[in-house]
Design a binder for this molecule. Structure first.
Ligand SMILES: Nc1ncnc2c1ncn2[C@@H]1O[C@H](COP(=O)(O)OP(=O)(O)OP(=O)(O)O)[C@@H](O)[C@H]1O
Ligand SMILES: [Mg+2]
Length: 260
């Protein structure tokens, strides 16, 4: 579904992504792991159009999407989750979800004047969809809570929820589990699995928590120093010599996470 070919992203003389090539197969939940500073987030940002690559190519189902801006990728169903922006923190969780779909009516004065009924219908539909998403994520009780006041983990769920308000096809998740307790992490994992199975979303998941990767992801791709080191099942990755070496090089913090 996504093909990344010989991708480079340099910051000055530093090669954050240094000739990475990989493929994401449609229908998978692909894990992207690697020690801190491996270039995972940078690669995500290039694929999602947030950063321009120095060189290389990204295609989606054969179509060249290299360097397309996020809103164009959004229309193709390629989404990257973002933290709830500061300015939306005072809106409720439901309202945050209702903000998402593009091309909403009611934006133009003309529409507000001539299309009141249509707008009311669309708002009702949007609201219903938002409530459905909240229920799916088991946070329907937070519908009227301000997004800025829910817990860190609940915010992560809400970020995932925003991808469900549109017809996403492939979703990039960067450390959705960071700072989230086990129970909520399981809820997030359940939601990802259901979206994959029931709605056919393809996922690419960056995560340091190997239990989470183990539960969700096949295949797993490991990066280090801007390059792809290995791809396979998590067990194959854990047994890979280059992978072990890359994790050992970064010290104990990551070493104990891949107990190969
Ligand atoms: N805007 C930038 N300017 C300069 N260097 C950058 C920039 N963004 C990232 N880097 C560097 O590129 C390297 C890769 O960073 P990146 O955030 O992609 O790593 P990562 O694999 O996501 O790491 P982590 O697991 O810690 O999130 C790091 O050494 C980082 O310091
Ligand atoms: Mg990162």
């Amino acid at each position: 579904m996504i093909k990344v070919e010989n991708l480079h992203k340099h910051f000055g003389g530093f090669h954050a992504v240094d000739g990475a090539s990989l493929e994401i197969e449609k229908g998978t939940i692909t894990g992207l792991i690697g020690p801190n500073g491996a270039g995972k987030t940078t690669l995500f940002n290039v694929v999602a159009g947030v950063l321009q690559p120095t060189s290389g190519r990204v295609t989606m189902e054969g179509e060249d999407i290299t360097g397309l801006p996020p809103h164009e990728l959004f229309h193709k169903g390629l989404l990257r989750t973002f933290q709830i922006a500061h300015e939306f923190a005072s809106m409720t969780c439901r309202e945050n979800l209702m903000m998402v779909p593009p091309g909403q009516l009611g934006e133009k004065l003309w529409d507000t004047w001539f299309g009141r009924k249509r707008i009311a219908d669309e708002e009702r539909a949007l609201r219903a969809r938002a409530d459905e998403v909240l229920e799916f994520l088991t946070i329907e009780h937070l519908a009227d809570h301000k997004a800025g006041q829910v817990s860190g983990g609940q915010k992560k769920l809400l970020e995932l929820g925003r991808t469900m308000m549109v017809d996403a096809r492939i979703v990039f998740l960067d450390e959705v589990g960071a700072g989230v307790n086990r129970t909520l992490l399981n809820t997030i994992g359940d939601a990802i699995i259901r979206l994959n199975k029931e709605r056919g979303y393809t996922f690419v998941v960056i995560e340091h928590d190997m239990d989470f990767i183990d539960r969700l992801c096949d295949p797993v791709i490991c990066m280090a120093e801007g390059k792809v080191l290995a791809e396979g099942t998590l067990n194959e990755i854990k047994a890979n010599e280059h992978v072990i070496e890359a994790y050992l090089g970064t010290g104990l913090k990551n070493k104990d996470k891949v107990e190969a």
